[in-house]
Design a protein. Structure first.
Length: 114
């Protein structure tokens, strides 16, 4: 849409920005309020996924928090490298959850019982 609007324009009006430099804005432009709500729900569920106290949970939490904070200045979930690093980090957490569901879901409470 931006490219079509810039046709025939001159000056700053003709400049097309491919990356709006904010993940929320990028999702809102494409999918509206529903997309933004789904984006935040996804991030919240990924934070909850890494609620443990072991090393893998901390690494997964670092991946998610880094993605959320850097998404304030970049819209990199759709960029190749950054998007795949996030996918691999979350997939590792999901594999951890599937392997040891009691430790991941209840955090340290299950670990203290052992």
């Amino acid at each position: 849409m931006f490219t079509q609007d810039a046709v025939g324009q001159t000056g700053p009006e003709a400049e097309v920005i491919n990356n709006p430099h904010n993940q929320t804005l990028n999702v809102a432009i494409q999918w509206g309020l529903t997309g933004v709500l789904l984006l935040y729900a996804m991030w919240f569920s990924h934070i909850r996924l890494f609620a443990g106290r072991d090393l893998v949970a901390w690494i997964g939490l670092a991946v998610v928090v880094q993605n959320i904070t850097s998404s304030l200045l970049n819209s990199h979930l759709s960029d190749f490298h950054e998007g795949w690093i996030y996918v691999i980090g979350v997939a590792g957490g999901m594999a951890l959850r599937a392997r040891r569901p009691e430790k991941v879901l209840t955090g340290s409470a299950a670990a203290r019982r052992e």
